[in-house]
Design a protein around this ligand. Structure first.
Ligand SMILES: [Zn+2]
Ligand SMILES: [Zn+2]
Length: 336
């Protein structure tokens, strides 16, 4: 099969011919139709997490959509021909303390697709059955690929937030996660406020369903949110400490700051209003296969689509560098 591998951290991708992987007894082999290119792939490409034991050469990719090609003898949940996907959560142990509570994303021995095992930058990959996502037939593979990581993060963060219908929900940043956050917030019935730098994204934000657009360069975003009644929830997708600091004064009484985009620098917050106005800070980090299955089903029912740009495997370097430089509004998706 044709595949893209990273031979050692910091080096360029290599497009190689590799044998189609064998299907182990507890494995599901997937013929890949599309695989999103995500910032987290830099963990393999650049080796950015010291101490994480990655076996190179490694095939990255954890936003995988395709069809079951073969299943191992111990697999009962899946069968060849089913439309499926795999996300960042690559499997769990079922026996640790967190698994015992059903909190599979925090399994002490969790696997990460395309990191602890080969991922979807290839024509075929093997997944653990508990990591396989069910994909509605009505979603195109490239769109579903853009939803299993970024989309699930936005969907999960919002549905686990304190927001209810009619609440003001502000989405900070209209990039990969934010442009889906705006769609989920709008469909969920929140008064949706999109915030981004400059006026160029105003029309896009409105098309995505935002009720209001705030240009954070043109006004004080905290004051603007307060003039709208205050944000009951702010979904912070822009990984910028300055942007987060500027919107926090816009939280309503009992407001909740939900952070999904991680800035490299520390964030400086005045905790006074968090105490006096009972505000809270919550972080969210994607989810497991069940969450992804629900994200895709909800998206299919409500016509929620990510903005994607497709690349063949041999253009992986372009897809990756466009994503890393933040030069494209669109999610890069590889089509093997
Ligand atoms: Zn991802
Ligand atoms: Zn576990």
């Amino acid at each position: 099969m044709s595949a893209v591998q990273v031979t050692s951290p910091g080096e360029s991708f290599e497009v190689v011919d590799r044998p189609v992987p064998e299907t182990p007894s507890n494995g599901v082999r997937i013929e890949v139709e599309a695989c999103g290119v995500c910032h987290s792939d830099s963990i393999v490409k650049e080796g950015t997490i010291p101490g994480l034991d990655i076996n190179y050469p490694r095939i990255p990719g954890h936003e995988v959509i395709g069809r079951v090609d073969a299943v191992g003898s111990a697999v009962t949940a899946w069968e060849p021909g089913q439309r499926v996907g795999v996300g960042w959560h690559g499997g769990h142990c079922f026996s640790c303390e967190q698994c015992g509570r059903g909190d599979f994303t925090n399994c002490e021995r969790k696997r990460m697709t395309g990191v602890t095992s080969d991922g979807g930058y290839a024509e075929f990959m093997v997944a653990r059955p508990e990591a396989v996502i069910s994909v509605p037939e009505s979603l195109e593979a490239r769109h579903a690929a853009g939803l299993v990581c970024a989309g699930m993060t936005a969907f999960n963060a919002l549905r686990h937030s304190s927001a209810t219908q009619g609440d003001v929900v502000a989405v900070l940043g209209i990039g990969g996660v934010g442009h889906l956050g705006v769609q989920f917030a709008s469909v969920a019935g929140y008064e949706t406020v999109a915030l981004s730098r400059g006026s160029e994204k105003r029309s896009l934000a409105k098309e995505l369903g935002a009720d209001q657009y705030v240009d954070t360069d043109g006004s004080d975003p905290g004051e603007t949110l307060q003039s709208l009644g205050g944000a009951d929830v702010i979904l912070a997708t822009a990984p910028s400490s300055g942007a987060i600091e500027s919107v926090v004064p816009g939280l309503a009484v009992n407001g909740e700051l939900v952070v999904v985009g991680l800035p490299e620098e520390p964030v400086s917050l005045n905790l006074g209003p968090f105490v006096s106005n009972r505000q809270s800070l919550q972080g969210w980090d994607c989810g497991h296969a069940g969450d992804a299955t629900e994200t895709l089903a909800f998206s299919a029912r409500n016509d929620i689509e990510p903005m994607v740009e497709t690349y063949p495997l041999d253009r992986v370097e372009d897809a990756y560098s466009d994503m890393m430089r933040n030069e494209t509004q669109f999610k890069p998706v590889l089509e093997p």
